[in-house]
Design a protein around this ligand. Structure first.
Ligand SMILES: Cc1cc2nc3c(=O)[nH]c(=O)nc-3n(C[C@H](O)[C@H](O)[C@H](O)COP(=O)(O)O)c2cc1C
Length: 119
């Protein structure tokens, strides 16, 4: 697993234009690129730190967004951009910044998603 912290405006723009739904990365002060060595559990290996980074950002009052990811056609291009070693795969892009808005999203009730003993 590896983490690349990108903050140069040119690099942020390159990452943003390489993605399909991550254009806003160009406006973020920093984007963390999580890459993972291509082993059987590379996705789990990279997803756990991704979630931890999202939670840590939130705990510090920062905004972030998980931008995929390994299934995207641009994944290898991002790996090349950040100079990932051969055999590494992109897991996530995590732009982080100070939020300008705090939208409230209604959550599904717990009874919808939590099942006891059996689904
Ligand atoms: C695997 C994965 C890939 C995502 N890719 C993108 C993306 O490319 N662009 C984007 O704006 N948000 C992306 N998101 C963020 C989601 O669209 C969504 O905002 C986020 O998961 C919050 O979920 P919620 O609306 O259920 O709370 C991604 C999220 C996940 C988990």
């Amino acid at each position: 697993m590896g983490i690349c912290r990108c903050y140069e405006p040119g690099m942020l723009r390159s990452i943003a234009t390489t993605t399909d739904f991550g254009g806003f990365i160009a406006d973020a002060p920093v984007c963390i690129v999580v890459i993972s060595r291509d082993t059987k559990y590379y996705l789990e290996d990279g997803s756990a730190p991704t979630e931890n980074i999202l939670l840590a950002a939130r705990a510090h009052g920062l905004g972030s967004c998980w931008v995929a990811g390994d299934k995207k056609p641009y994944a290898a291009d991002i790996c090349r951009l950040v100079g990932a070693p051969p055999g590494y795969k992109l897991v996530s892009l995590i732009p982080i910044g100070y939020p300008t808005e705090s939208p409230e999203k209604s959550k599904r009730p717990l009874s919808d998603v939590l099942h006891w003993e059996k689904y």
